[in-house]
Design a protein around this ligand. Structure first.
Ligand code: NAD
Length: 328
């Protein structure tokens, strides 16, 4: 019996694979390497290079490895790109995602932990955001995730497919061996640290007139290892016969772009120049989680997610692997 991890060669997926294997689980990874890295996985991890919507491939993997549960990380996840190319996002995340769930149904794999996002809330009416807040995304990426949440809910009602949809806020940080490395990179923390390493001339600060204390947008940063732990707890919940759930994963603390940069200056000892830019379309001013439900349902509590620890861990990783993962 094994767990299928889609998108397991990506940032959060590879850290979760590392953690699952350390816990003695058998893991199989399916990833098309659009943004993942084979080198982010140990050489002995069974790996399939393919798309999640390839139903024949999923059927073969499910049979060969006797898949019992699935962690579905695979998705395109750049908000800005989704605004410019919605068709690409709906094809990759939604069409491929539905084909994937249908292949799981056929293979009788009825436990899914799904990577959802705070982007499903859109412009929240209240912050911190709880799971009962209305969901109305402001970008196609957020919609693609909300559609899959709804599909999972229908599949549970009709077919008994049990799921935990984890709505992550902002993943950041690294383990000793795995960190965040995307090409191109749109996330703040790796970009700030690339500027500290002088790999980038400056950090763009998108929007300085938001209704926040310093005018820059506020996000809730959660350490990637804490996210990985939440997946292991979600899996245990489903294996115990637990109900399907939607759960926020965040810390409840928000930091502005300028606060992150200031903290990174302290952690790295580098000046980190900034350049002020226009706000990006589809970027809400403030996203901070109420994560009490994840604690209640799963017993999950972030333990490595204070901002300085997050920055320090990714800083150590970036210095060790300044060119990221080697090419495939
Ligand atoms: N990084 C964050 O802050 C964040 C926040 C909220 C939600 N999420 C979600 O978490 C998941 C993982 O995010 P990440 O930051 O690790 O992204 P990532 O891009 O590093 O990882 C995603 C992986 O999925 C693979 N993939 C994409 N489409 C695929 C397809 N059709 N078939 C097979 N493989 C495919 C990519 O090659 C990549 O390795 C995504 O679903 C993302 O939407 C991330």
């Amino acid at each position: 019996m094994a767990i299928l991890v889609t998108g397991g060669a990506g940032y959060i997926g590879s850290v979760t694979v590392e953690r699952l294997r350390a816990a003695g689980e058998k893991v199989v990874v399916l990833d098309d390497l659009a943004h993942g890295h084979r080198a982010s996985l140990d050489a002995d991890v069974p790996f399939y290079h393919g798309r999640v919507g390839d139903r024949d491939l999923v059927a073969r993997i499910a049979k060969k490895h006797t898949i019992e549960s699935c962690l579905h990380f695979a998705a395109l996840a750049f908000v800005g790109e989704s605004m410019a190319e919605p068709a690409k996002y709906y094809e990759n995340n939604v069409e491929q995602g539905v084909a994937f769930f249908n292949a799981l149904l056929e293979a009788r794999v009825l436990r899914v932990v799904f990577s959802s996002t705070c982007a499903t809330y859109g412009l929240p009416r209240q912050v911190p955001i709880s799971e009962s807040c209305p969901q109305w995304p402001v970008n196609p990426y957020g919609w693609s995730k909300l559609f899959l949440e709804r599909i999972l809910a229908s599949y549970d009602a009709a077919y008994g497919m049990k799921f935990v949809a984890l709505r992550y806020f902002n993943a950041a940080g690294a383990t000793a061996t795995r960190g965040e490395y995307h090409q191109p990179e749109s996330h703040l923390v790796p970009n700030v640290l690339a500027a500290a390493l002088a790999q980038k001339a400056h950090v763009p600060v998108f929007g300085t007139n938001y209704a926040t204390p310093d005018g820059t947008s506020i996000r809730d940063y959660v350490h990637v290892s804490d996210l990985a732990d939440a997946h292991i707890l979600a899996l245990a919940h489903l294996r115990k016969g637990g109900s399907s759930e939607f759960l926020n994963l965040g810390t409840g603390d928000g930091y502005s772009v300028l606060q992150v940069i200031e903290c990174a200056r302290k952690v790295t000892g580098h000046p980190i120049p900034t350049r002020l830019e226009e706000p990006r379309p589809g970027d809400p001013p403030r996203l901070v989680a109420d994560a009490a439900k994840a604690q209640r349902v799963l017993g999950w509590k972030p333990v490595q997610s204070d901002l300085a620890s997050i920055l320090r861990s990714q800083w150590e990783w970036s210095k060790k692997f300044p060119r990221g993962y080697p090419p495939e």
